[in-house]
Design a protein around this ligand. Structure first.
Ligand code: PLP
Length: 480
């Protein structure tokens, strides 16, 4: 039964009164976005009310997006900005293949990304203070001492066995039963995606991609002489299967490239049922799926989500990932589970790069086996969730009215949709003049969409970054 209390002549349910007290503490800044609020048990003790009342209060606050539950971690304060709309409006006419020609944009991004004097909010990389640098340093030197010859040899495809065994074990958590010999190690996730596209497509072929999609995928598609077919994608639940089905009926598509967990740039995650539907849809049309799961381990809930590959019965999904977001971007340790394309991928890998570097594969293999990867992930997940919330909150404070931001549940990409008058390329140029890079919306589209959007790297947080967000907000406000 719901307990009530008398409040200004009205009987208010007790849980609502408790919820209002917590809301007040959030509004007043006692609990800040991303911060953990007291557990149900301790609040029940503190307020002298039943556990059930606190549970009802938290459910009430969850409905109102004041707090969010993270399985096995508790309740956390949400960011307070309006969310980017759920479903992008795209007419069917717009769903057609386009040649990719990023032109000067690629050069511009490359030049500025290499500039050490700029604050890099435009790249999507983990913050160095979140990575296990010292531990890996120790592991790589002990591996080199223990196995000097192995570290010098080519780790020819399928690559370092220990690493593949560890990856196979971990992928059980993503719903996949993989044997180590079903995995091929690569030089980062980008090489995995490159090998998959190269095996599946010939120049002039069409690849279906999310829209917006990761900038480097468009670069890869351009460099291979392929066409991109942009499928509308929602921050809430990923690629539109309705639009994908329509596109499959109208076009010859050679592959579909999707980041199903915490996509880049939207941070969207496809619910399991939609992952399954996507796998079945593509199978019916005999179109292979290249699935990139690079952010899958950075789920803010303490459990990683399943991958679409877990629903694959025919070997039609080529699953790609790496340890660039979780362990060491510079180690370039990635992998692909190529399904029925195993032989072709191994042969191409051998032809193009022979093998990936042995010492870094050995070090990551050792870190996964004995280095406390799971413990490291728990910290990384907690810290990423907090920084994403902090940056969202700062955007809410400093950006022009009408700005919306995504609410990712993993990874560290934040997608910011500003009022229509804001030109993100102009903002980019002004931001660089102020010492900051951003990723302007149009680089995530082959057709120049998203002109009023930007992607920010929320892995970074400090006073300096808050100041940079303020500067960006002021620059954007001048355009409104
Ligand atoms: C979705 C996605 N795939 C691939 C990559 C690149 O991965 P790697 O550095 O392992 O090649 C990134 C990095 O930003 C990414 O966001």
């Amino acid at each position: 039964m719901t307990e009530t209390i008398e409040n200004a002549g009205r009987r208010t349910p007790l849980y609502e009164s408790v919820a209002n007290r917590i809301s007040y503490l959030v509004e007043e800044g006692t609990f800040r976005p991303g911060e953990k609020i007291p557990s149900i048990r301790s609040l029940s003790h503190q307020f002298g009310v039943s556990i059930n009342t606190i549970k009802q209060a938290y459910a009430y606050l969850e409905d109102r997006r004041v707090v969010e539950a993270r399985p096995q971690s508790g309740y956390f304060v949400c960011a307070r900005l309006p969310e980017v709309p759920v479903a992008p409006q795209v007419s069917k006419r717009e769903i057609s293949p386009t040649e990719v020609s990023l032109g000067d944009l690629s050069q511009m991004i490359l030049r500025d990304t290499m500039n050490p004097d700029l604050l890099q909010l435009g790249i999507s990389a983990p913050a160095m203070d979140m990575l296990p640098i010292e531990k890996l340093n120790r592991m790589i030197s002990s591996e080199l001492r223990r196995k000097p010859e192995q570290s010098m040899e080519y780790a020819v495809p399928p690559g370092n066995k220990r690493l593949r065994t560890q990856v196979a074990k971990r992928m059980l958590l993503a719903g996949c039963t993989l044997r180590p010999d079903e995995i091929v190690t690569t030089t980062g996730c980008m090489e995995a995606v490159f090998l998959a596209l190269k095996v599946l497509c010939r120049p002039g072929d069409t690849v279906a991609v999310e829209s917006p999609t990761f900038f480097n995928f468009l670069q890869l598609i351009e460099s291979l002489g392929l066409k991109a077919l942009e499928i509308p994608t929602s921050p809430a639940d990923g690629i539109s299967l309705e639009a994908l089905e329509y596109a499959l009926g109208q076009n010859r598509i050679s592959a579909c490239l999707v980041v199903s967990n915490f996509s880049n740039p939207l941070g969207s995650i496809m619910p399991d049922a939609r992952k399954q539907e996507m796998v079945e849809l593509l199978e019916r049309h005999d179109v292979p799926l290249i699935e990139d799961d690079i952010h899958g381990d950075i789920a803010f809930a303490n459990e990683r989500p399943l991958v679409a590959r877990s629903y694959d019965k025919e070997g039609n999904v080529l699953l790609c990932s790496s340890f660039s977001k979780t362990v060491a971007p510079g180690y370039r340790v990635g992998w692909i589970a190529p399904g029925r394309y195993q032989k072709e991928i191994e042969a191409l890998k051998m032809a193009v790069t022979v093998a990936s570097a042995s010492p870094t594969q050995m070090a990551v293999g050792q870190f996964l086996a004995n280095g406390g990867y799971e413990r490291h992930l728990r910290k990384l997940r907690r810290e990423s969730a907090t920084r994403v919330a902090r940056m969202s909150e700062a955007i809410g404070v400093y950006f022009p009215e009408g700005t919306k931001v995504t609410r990712p549940r993993g990874g560290f990409c934040l997608w910011v949709e500003m009022p229509a008058a804001v030109d993100s390329l102009k903002l980019y140029a002004e931001a660089v003049d102020s010492g900051i890079t951003i990723a302007p919306g149009p680089i995530f589209s082959a057709t120049g969409k998203f002109s009023n959007c930007i992607r920010l790297n929320a892995a970074l947080w400090s006073e300096k970054i808050e100041h940079a967000i303020k500067t960006l907000g002021e620059l954007a406000s001048r355009q409104v």
